[in-house]
Design a protein around this ligand. Structure first.
Ligand code: SF4
Length: 437
């Protein structure tokens, strides 16, 4: 059967859809690049914002219009509103997050044990979600109670995947020629807290990272979003191994102490600042990206000014600013003092501009330097060349051209000039692995 896979939202959803692709392929099915060629489609939905929920519905409708007769809806939006998902055109299966691990055998009417077999090599999903980087899910759910967050309702309690399963998934990705592994989870930094060792002490994310670096041939390892309170200064010594990419995504959400308390975040502006300083002291030129919410309920002009000052002082290299979006069932949705949408939007724009400026200054620092880039997209632009785009270790979006396509290759690229949010470069040589453990 021909199957189309689609995903909205976070890297965890991407990791899950990649896992399903391997399971469908292991069962003898073909993953196709567009809905127009598919007999079945799976849509991994998202509910993090009102917009993401609306995109999820829109995506399912578009796939039905493309002629797919059997659609499987799964993911966070589906888990929160299963009846609404089931009422969308051509949705034949509604799979909540807690059953997602068995989605493939269940929709194929195969015994679940069928999938306890040797993992097959990863092959990137064709179409829009074709990625060179392999997103590996190491954890699901979250035990925190951030008052704006619907994810914790949709994904349930935190649970870690066993280390051996993660290593097996990484080896399957490396066997399929993945050059970069990205570890993902709802609350990645909590990995291991529910796994105790023979000494009765829980594991920590650092144990997982050390095991991956020790036991696999990974060339580039990147960590996705990390909550700041899960880390300490000692964590950054892991970056002595240069296979760990110098990029940290640390969600700030607000730079105001009182707003952070209303959000029930376990961090303060002061502790966040100390963590960033500790990271920068150990990892030269580390890229620090973030997420911020503009117009959280009760956010006064003074609190917004505190956030703005904090963001300016920190110098993030990139990030997402979300206008606060009320999510049913969350504590924040019930709070008094909801900020008017036009003010949320205005604050969003101001914060975004500050981050764009600091990101630009950061990128400028690397003009003239040569660094390794993994090519993620290649487009033919004429008879004699290919335009390529990819990511440096410190998460600069780099473009260059070459006489033949170099998708999924690592090259040493000299960065020549700024080009909007990208940096233009020229390939100097192929990258040669330099493993230091
Ligand atoms: S840490 Fe907070 S924001 Fe992140 S998933 Fe958990 S509850 Fe949501």
């Amino acid at each position: 059967m021909k199957i189309f896979l689609d995903t909205i939202g976070c890297r965890l959803n991407q990791a899950e859809i990649e896992h399903m692709a391997r399971q469908f392929r292991a069962a003898g099915h073909e993953i196709v690049a567009s809905a127009g060629h598919a007999e079945m489609a799976v849509v991994n939905t998202c509910a993090v914002t009102t917009q993401a929920a609306s995109d999820s519905r829109g995506r399912i409708r578009a796939i039905a219009r493309a002629g797919v007769d059997e659609i499987v809806a799964t993911g966070c939006w589906t888990s929160l509103l299963p009846k609404e998902a089931g009422a969308l055109p051509n949705v034949r299966h509604v799979v909540a997050n807690d059953k997602k691990g068995f989605l493939v055998p269940d929709v194929l009417h195969l015994p679940r044990e069928e999938f306890n077999r040797e993992p097959i090599e990863r092959t990137p999903i064709p179409g829009l979600h074709r990625r060179t980087r392999a997103f590996i899910k190491v954890q699901d759910g979250c035990d925190n109670t951030c008052t704006f967050c619907v994810t914790t309702i949709a994904r349930g309690e935190g649970r870690s995947r066993p280390l051996a399963d993660v290593i097996a998934d990484i080896n399957a990705a490396l066997g399929g020629d993945s050059k970069e592994i990205v570890l993902t989870g709802v609350h990645l930094g909590s990995w291991g807290q529910d796994i105790s060792t023979s000494l009765n002490a829980p594991l920590h994310l650092r144990d997982l990272v050390q095991a991956i670096l020790r036991e696999t041939d990974v060339q580039r390892l990147r960590l996705s979003s990390l909550e700041p309170w899960d880390l300490d200064a000692a964590f950054f010594s892991l970056w002595e191994d240069n296979r760990l990419m110098p990029h940290l995504h640390l969600p700030l959400q607000s730079g105001s102490d009182s707003t952070l308390r209303r959000m029930a975040r376990k961090t303060t502006p002061e502790s966040f600042r100390e963590l960033v300083n500790a990271a920068r002291a150990v990892i030269p030129d580390v890229a620090i990206t973030t997420d911020i919410i503009a117009g959280f309920p009760g956010e006064t002009e003074e609190e917004f000014a505190e956030t703005l000052d904090f963001v300016k002082a920190t110098g993030f290299t990139g990030g997402h600013v979300f206008s606060y979006s009320s999510r049913p069932g969350t504590g924040a949705a019930r709070m008094k003092g909801q900020v008017k949408p036009e003010i949320r939007k205005k604050r969003n724009r101001i914060l975004q501009e500050v981050i764009e400026d600091s990101g630009k200054s950061y990128r400028e620092r690397f003009i003239g330097q040569t660094m390794s880039v993994l090519w993620e997209s290649t487009t033919e632009y004429g008879q004699s060349g290919w335009r390529m785009e990819g990511w440096s270790g410190n998460y600069l979006r780099v473009s260059a051209s070459a006489p033949s396509p170099r998708w999924n290759e690592l090259d040493m690229v000299e960065l020549l000039e700024m080009a909007g949010e990208k940096v233009k470069g020229v390939i100097r040589s192929a990258y040669v692995t330099n493993v230091t453990t």
